[in-house]
Design a protein around this ligand. Structure first.
Ligand code: CS2
Ligand code: MG
Length: 392
């Protein structure tokens, strides 16, 4: 068996910041793990460089006095993913084979259609449909609001962390709740019945407002309504459930099974969005998925651009293997990012496949990474129209 000889942290910014852990062995084999935490990249880099040197998940999790939290769990995830990568490379198998083999032929992904208004959003969705996507997320600008989170200026590439200091967006729940049902009504009429339509509320609603939105969207049969309300108060989701049959997805900001225990146990959600990097790696994500399966909850891993190709590769092996897979988010990375992280995964007919290379099938070109030094970038914050700091 190869012996671990070292670990290094690569921080690079090919258009956006990524933190990657590389664990090296005495036999030239190495494993990679994504450790990117959007807007807090250097905190995880420091955690890895200064505190994490061991290789066992339980030791890292249970041995730490300050357990959980996004920084700790992203660091543990990077170690865990890199070790799975090494193990699969030693076995000479793509990682999904070590996870029990493929449960399906491909991983259904959803793309991001967005636009300044409803027409532009539907145009963008048609474009995705023509490219073969079977599931599409719809986000549109809200009439009367200058900007909206999740709506890109670029047709394909969207980067929410765009300011050296946090940008401020304006928010109006009333305007938003009026505009989304209209978007879905028109989209369903134009795009037809054979495409899954998704929407992300980005934690902007109270439970009762979310219940109303879910109910208003029911005639258009959304695949899911994501992050309707902040999930610190897990019991709040009961109110949403009492008012709508629209499926609910949550969890991109969760980092442990404890964050979703009640939501899953009480069947208050339909999709759990935790993913490899922010939820403790493959090892912990499998535990969450198994727990979810017992309660009829399916997976729907977060896959925005701040989840590096290393995370995407690992997530695809996980997705291919878990029985209760639902969908995988797929926001394409820029050509610069793809060049830093050459990968075996590929898209065809609405599905991604992780490829057959041993390990997770994603590499890092360290010389290319070195050309892009870290640049500070923050996610925006929200204020209501009267300037109140938005509370939800
Ligand atoms: C979004 C992301 O992809 C999503 O569902 O919620 O844009 C998310 O806000 C960013 O990944 C935050 O880092
Ligand atoms: Mg989201």
């Amino acid at each position: 068996m190869p012996i671990i000889t070292g670990a290094k942290v690569v921080v690079t910014c090919p258009g956006r910041n990524f933190v990657t852990l590389k664990i090296e062995t005495d036999q030239g084999l190495y494993g990679l793990g994504d450790a990117t935490l959007n807007g807090r990249e250097l905190a995880v880099a420091s955690y890895l460089q200064d505190h994490v040197i061991e290789d066992i998940w339980q030791f890292l999790y249970r041995g730490a006095y300050w357990r959980r939290g996004p920084v700790t769990m992203s660091a543990i995830a990077a170690v865990d993913t890199a070790l799975w990568d090494i193990k699969a490379k030693i076995a000479g198998l793509p990682l999904y084979q070590l996870l029990g083999g493929a449960s399906r032929q491909g991983v259904m992904v959803y793309g991001h259609a967005n636009g300044a208004d409803i027409d532009a959003t539907i145009d963008s969705a048609r474009d995705y449909q023509q490219q073969g996507y079977r599931a599409i997320r719809l986000q549109s600008g809200v009439p009367g609001l200058a900007s909206a989170y999740g709506v890109s200026k670029d047709k394909y590439f969207y980067e929410p962390a765009d300011g050296d200091l946090p940008r401020e967006n304006q928010w109006s729940t009333e305007r938003y709740l009026r505009s989304v049902p209209e978007l879905f009504e028109r989209a369903r009429a134009i795009l037809g019945d054979d495409v899954h339509l998704l929407h992300d509320a980005h934690h902007r609603l109270s439970p009762i407002e979310a219940g109303r939105l879910g109910r208003d969207l029911e005639p258009y049969r959304p695949f899911w309504l994501e992050d309707p309300t902040p999930a610190e108060n897990q019991a709040g989701f009961r109110i949403i459930r009492q008012h709508t049959t629209t499926p609910i997805a949550v969890g991109e900001v969760f980092n442990s099974i404890w964050d979703c225990k009640q939501l899953i146990e009480d069947q208050l959600i339909d999709y759990i969005r935790t993913t490899v990097v922010h939820a403790g790696g493959i090892t912990h994500l499998r535990r969450i998925a198994d727990f979810a399966a017992l309660h009829d909850v399916r997976t729907g891993c977060h896959g925005a651009t701040d989840l590096s190709p290393v995370c995407m590769g690992a997530a695809l092996h996980f997705d291919l293997s878990v029985p209760n897979f639902g969908v995988q988010e797929y926001m394409r990375h820029t050509p610069e990012t793809d060049a830093v992280f050459p990968h075996a995964y590929s898209f065809a007919d609405g599905y991604l496949h992780p490829g057959e290379e041993p390990g997770i099938g994603v590499d890092i070109d360290e010389a290319a990474a070195a050309k892009y030094p870290y640049r500070r970038a923050y996610l925006p914050v929200n204020r209501l129209e009267d300037g109140t700091m938005f509370n939800w």
